[in-house]
Design a protein around this ligand. Structure first.
Ligand SMILES: Cc1ncc(COP(=O)(O)O)c(C=O)c1O
Length: 431
């Protein structure tokens, strides 16, 4: 395991910490404070690595947490980054003299270039194209509100949107007379082409926006966003992707996806503290998006996506946690995280498929699957299934209501034995 010195050796971390500490006394460590925790430094391609990593989380060892789709569990390193900074802000605030080059004690009046650079590197974008938001909902509202659309213009989205991916468009429709056209997605779809055809066939010369969920919240359907964005581009249609469930889950490359805008909630799969989001808008489309909230820099078009971060005072400490979550993710390696998530979820799906009373409602087509599986057990209502898994085996899934059953998200804190325990418990429940 790396110690603090190891952490300080990383370039990104040095930049972040140097900025935070410049000219200011560090707060003394709290009595009995543990050292920072980071993923094991050496990767062994076996379960022992993941068992070591599991110890970086505060979830008790006998509890298996599978509801990352709502909120991830912060690793110790992230929690400590937040609490250390909260202590420092509270204890040294009298040293804040507002002189140029000294750090702000609040977020909200600073472009947060280091954090945006780390985030941009992670998602294959330029820092100028990335705005820090509180969550996905804000990102989607900034796009819906900021695009200059006229009565009669059409927006296409699905019937499976999370309210955070839909309501910004409903508001726009009611206020400005744009038409929100909803396509009905089969659950589960049989193949990616079915999803593509829904959008293509619904489009008319009046269509201005395709609003596409990258991974739907309730059914875990992964949309072929790369192919869809290429088709939209040919038609001059603006694409905005709801990636709330995707940062820290899939490897993301904005330029490869080819979308005009993308928003996410890294407090889910990237394991950042609650209240950490981002909005990406590609540089050539950024000038066409109006700011929704206005403070000092709302109209400075040279400021890139910082223009879309004009929210007033926020927590600097939360952003320290956000930066630590990116660092934690990078230390494991985005490719390794995704491969592990998929290995766990594929094992879960294969096990569930062996139980005749189980129906898997999320896709099983290899191009449409993710780390999330939505499944039900014949004769067992969804909330009873959720409670049964918890009461019998401390397995925390989330009920998606009937007939979908429960949603089960595998992540880096999942062990293979947690998956096997699920299968064994479902077998007991189905007898
Ligand atoms: C697909 C999707 N979009 C949007 C949201 C809203 O996310 P947030 O509440 O973090 O803004 C969620 C939350 O679960 C989601 O799953």
């Amino acid at each position: 395991m790396l110690d603090r010195r190891g952490f300080l050796g990383s370039f990104a971390s040095v930049a972040l910490l140097a900025r935070a500490g410049r000219g200011h006394p560090a707060a003394p460590p709290a009595p009995g404070a543990e050292p920072p925790f980071w993923p094991p430094a050496v990767f062994q391609d076996d379960e022992s690595y993941w068992r070591d990593l599991r110890r970086q989380f505060l979830i008790p060892a006998d509890e298996a947490f599978f509801n990352t789709g709502t909120l991830g569990s912060m690793p110790r390193a992230v929690l400590q980054a937040v609490t250390d900074d909260l202590s420092q802000v509270a204890g040294t605030i009298a040293h804040w003299n507002y002189k140029p080059g000294t750090p702000d004690y609040i977020a909200g009046y600073n472009p947060e270039t280091d954090l945006r650079t780390a985030l941009a590197t992670l998602i294959g974008a330029s820092p100028d194209e990335v705005a820090l938001t509180q969550n996905a909902t804000l990102g989607m509202n900034y796009v819906a509100n900021g695009l200059p659309l006229e009565p009669g213009h059409e927006i296409i989205l699905t019937n499976l949107e999370h309210p955070g991916g839909r309501m910004g468009w409903e508001l726009k429709s009611k206020r400005y007379g744009v038409y929100v056209k909803q396509v009905a997605v089969p659950v589960p779809p049989s193949d990616p082409q079915q999803l593509i055809d829904l959008y293509v066939n619904a489009s008319t010369p009046q269509t201005r926006v395709w609003s596409i969920p990258h991974l739907t919240s309730g059914q875990a359907i992964r949309f072929p966003v790369e192919r869809m964005c290429a088709l939209a581009r040919e038609r001059g249609i603006f694409t905005v992707i709801d990636g709330a469930q995707c940062s820290g889950h899939f490897q993301l490359d904005m330029k490869r996806i080819g979308c005009d805008a993308y928003y996410s909630s890294p407090h889910k799969w990237l394991l950042a503290p609650a209240g950490c989001g981002f909005l990406y808008v590609t540089s050539d489309k950024l000038p066409g998006v109006w700011a929704t909230l206005a403070s000092a820099t709302w109209d400075d078009y040279k400021a890139g996506a910082y223009r879309l971060m004009q929210v007033g005072t926020g927590s600097r400490s939360l952003l320290k946690g956000y930066a630590a979550a990116i660092e934690f993710h990078n230390r494991i390696g985005p490719a390794r995280v995704e491969a592990r998530i998929m290995a766990l979820a594929n094992r879960l799906r294969a096990g569930l498929q062996q139980i005749p009373q189980v129906t898997i409602h999320s896709p099983v087509h290899p191009d449409l699957v993710s780390g999330t599986t939505v499944w039900s057990l014949a004769g067992v209502p969804a909330t009873d299934l959720m409670d049964g898994l918890w009461n019998r085996a401390k397995i925390r899934c989330r009920s998606m209501g009937d007939p979908l059953g429960v949603r089960q998200c595998c992540h880096v804190y999942t062990l293979m034995e947690d998956v096997d325990r699920t299968i064994a418990t479902v077998r007991q429940m189905s007898r």
